[in-house]
Ligand binder design. Structure first.
Ligand SMILES: Cc1cc2nc3c(=O)[nH]c(=O)nc-3n(C[C@H](O)[C@H](O)[C@H](O)COP(=O)(O)OP(=O)(O)OC[C@H]3O[C@@H](n4cnc5c(N)ncnc54)[C@H](O)[C@@H]3O)c2cc1C
Length: 573
């Protein structure tokens, strides 16, 4: 018998993203349900990663006791008002086992009594053209109807490359992870991401030969500064390649795989670095570790979301809504289409904050609840104080660098306080800042990464607090807007606060330069940022505590000397 359930909000999927969204709907007292195919929440992590070690760090000891600051170094916990629950309180393993996460997610759902219906696999999602309601039909026969749908189904569908003979490869999702099953075998691994390297690492002691192949060159996380690129925890394989242990990493394109007479798998490929050459190598085993994508097969044509990045993810507005299906939102790993390989929306420590933003946007749109803000002192010193107080500890802007941002709306006529809005997508603020500010001047404040140096371990840094734009590391950036009423406002000026070794802006050079910027920008005729150089000279005249140029040059010269000495050939240590 079909039972039909109606709710205002439905969340599809009880992974970390579905649970995080449910937490906020529950807290706001909204009418919602979460539907989950599996018999447990967090089911993805009960199987993946296959070798069971998370790539997300779990730093229990930070020397700080501020729960907000500590979340910067706890990449696995969800946002909640109970810091005791966190994963950091469960294990001190820096890279914990995925089993810890599954247990944590179960307890999180229970602790906040989130309304999750397990074993409700949704087979079809359609939309009633008359009412606009979404209709979700489950394998159980139950039907759920909702006005607003939040799809949090993750990226559980393996991506299978279009290569003749690919069926001879065994997928990461079903391969054996028992290294003894590969004893003395030659193994080809398709892919060069973390799952490929995690697999290779596991086989180093037993396999006779391991090759990794994909067309793109290897991206090391410490160079690209993207945590989804190859992490140090997975890269011991690289030693075995460069120190000649029968293993190799190949930048190449596979033409074909076929079963040879000997029963092995013959693979024909060309290296992208060698012209006009086709190699043929026979392997005992080929393992496919080529990543995962969003599964859009459940959507009926009445509400099929457009996809992007070769169909891997849904195409989204800056407010996480499908670009072509109104009232259908996405949360979790699928939101990485908005910041692909830039910030952290592919991971818990990124999308947990996207869920914070989405919760605010849903409240504003469907419940007529204005976006929450904190009233702050709008004087240049007051702005600096409030912004630094937040930026010295915030984990959301820190993790979602360049993606999430804050908004400071300056007072209009007769008003005395500025309004400080937190945690909204930067692209959304560019689009909606003038609407939210109702035409008042505003600042967007966020963190940005500076330009990546060519050599991640050997580059100069600028210590002049007026030249924050030369920062290479994470640092605060302010943009000032004076709305003109046109579509898509552009900043009138931009200011970079110099990077700081500890990410702390309590020192006077940061406070003084920031205050000076607010003084110069927050006038009826703001001073363009290039004129700050003049302000710098003025500030020097006023004996502001600036970094002494001579001392800076002496330090730079000394650094060059030390670097040159360090680069001299030396005997093996
Ligand atoms: C190999 C690998 C390792 C990873 N390691 C990490 C890591 O260490 N740290 C990290 O932060 N991220 C990691 N990720 C990224 C990871 O995918 C996400 O962080 C996390 O799983 C995404 O959460 P989510 O809630 O968006 O999706 P999921 O965790 O995948 O949750 C989606 C849920 O939706 C349910 N569902 C799907 N379809 C239906 C349906 N039709 N009906 C009902 N329910 C459905 C699923 O059963 C599942 O429970 C890894 C990814 C891969 C591929």
């Amino acid at each position: 018998m079909t039972t039909t359930h109606e709710t205002h909000y439905l969340i599809l999927g009880a992974g970390p993203a579905g649970l995080q969204s449910a937490y906020f709907l529950d807290k706001a007292g909204r009418d919602y349900l979460v539907l989950e195919a599996s018999d447990q929440v967090g089911a993805f992590f009960s199987k993946f990663p296959r070798h069971r070690t998370l790539l997300s760090i779990n730093k229990r000891y930070t020397g700080h006791d501020d729960p907000e600051y500590n979340l910067r170094h706890d990449w696995n916990s969800l946002v909640s008002d109970d810091p005791e629950l966190r994963v950091t309180n469960r294990t001190q393993e820096y890279f914990p086992s995925a089993d810890v996460l599954v247990q944590y997610l179960g307890e999180y759902a229970e602790r906040f009594a989130l309304r999750v219906r397990l074993q409700q696999r949704v087979n079809t999602v359609s939309r009633d053209p008359e009412t606009g309601a979404f209709r979700l039909e489950c394998a159980s026969g139950d039907v759920y109807v909702c006005k607003v749908l939040i799809v949090a189904t993750g990226i559980g569908r393996p991506r299978i490359p279009d290569v003749p003979g690919i069926e001879l490869a065994t997928g990461y999702e079903s391969m054996s992870v028992d290294a003894d099953d590969y004893r003395n075998q030659s193994v080809l691994i398709l892919g060069k991401g973390n799952s490929a390297f995690e697999t290779a690492d596991n086989l180093i002691p037993t396999a006779a030969m391991i090759h990794l192949i994909s067309p793109g060159p290897l991206r090391l996380a410490w160079e690209s500064r993207f945590v989804g690129d190859l992490r140090a925890i997975n890269n011991s394989f690289l030693d075995t390649y460069h120190l000649k242990s029968q293993n190799a990493s190949i930048d190449g394109v596979i033409h074909e795989m076929a079963r040879s007479d000997s029963g092995k798998i013959r693979v024909s490929f060309s290296s992208i670095h060698v012209e006009n050459e086709i190699e043929q190598i026979e392997y005992d085993v080929v393992l496919r570790c080529t990543g995962f994508c969003f599964d859009d097969r459940i959507f009926d044509p009445s509400c099929a979301p457009e996809t992007t990045l070769n169909g891997r993810f849904p195409a989204l507005t800056p407010g996480f809504e499908s670009v072509n299906v109104p009232d259908m939102y996405f949360m979790g790993a699928t939101t990485q289409s908005l910041d692909y390989k830039k910030s952290q929306s592919a991971f818990i420590h990124g999308f947990r904050y996207n869920a914070v933003a989405l919760a605010q946007l849903l409240e504003e749109r469907y419940e007529s609840t204005p976006l929450p803000y904190e009233p702050i002192d709008p004087s240049p010193g007051g702005l600096t104080k409030s912004i630094f107080k937040r930026m010295n500890v915030t984990s959301s802007l820190w993790q979602q660098v360049g993606f999430l941002a804050d908004l400071v709306v300056m007072p209009g006529d007769g008003e005395t306080m500025a309004r400080y809005y937190h945690d909204l997508p930067y692209a959304y603020l560019r689009m909606h800042g003038a609407r939210i500010s109702e035409g008042r001047d505003f600042y967007i404040t966020m963190f940005r990464l500076g330009h990546a140096p060519e050599d991640a371990f050997n580059h100069e840094r600028n210590a002049n607090p007026f030249e924050g734009e030369s920062s290479t590391a994470i640092h605060p950036v302010y943009e000032f807007y004076q709305p003109t009423g046109s579509d898509g406002e552009s900043p009138t000026s931009t200011f970079h606060v110099l990077e700081d070794f500890f990410g702390d802006r309590s020192a006077s050079e940061y406070i003084e330069t920031s205050t000076l910027y607010f003084e110069s920008s927050n006038q009826s005729h703001p001073v363009p940022v290039r004129q700050l150089e003049q302000a710098r000279l003025m500030a020097r005249d006023q004996n502001m505590r600036l970094v002494d140029e001579d001392a800076r040059q002496r330090r730079a010269a000394r650094l060059r000397e030390v670097t040159a000495a360090a680069n001299q050939p030396r005997d093996a240590e």
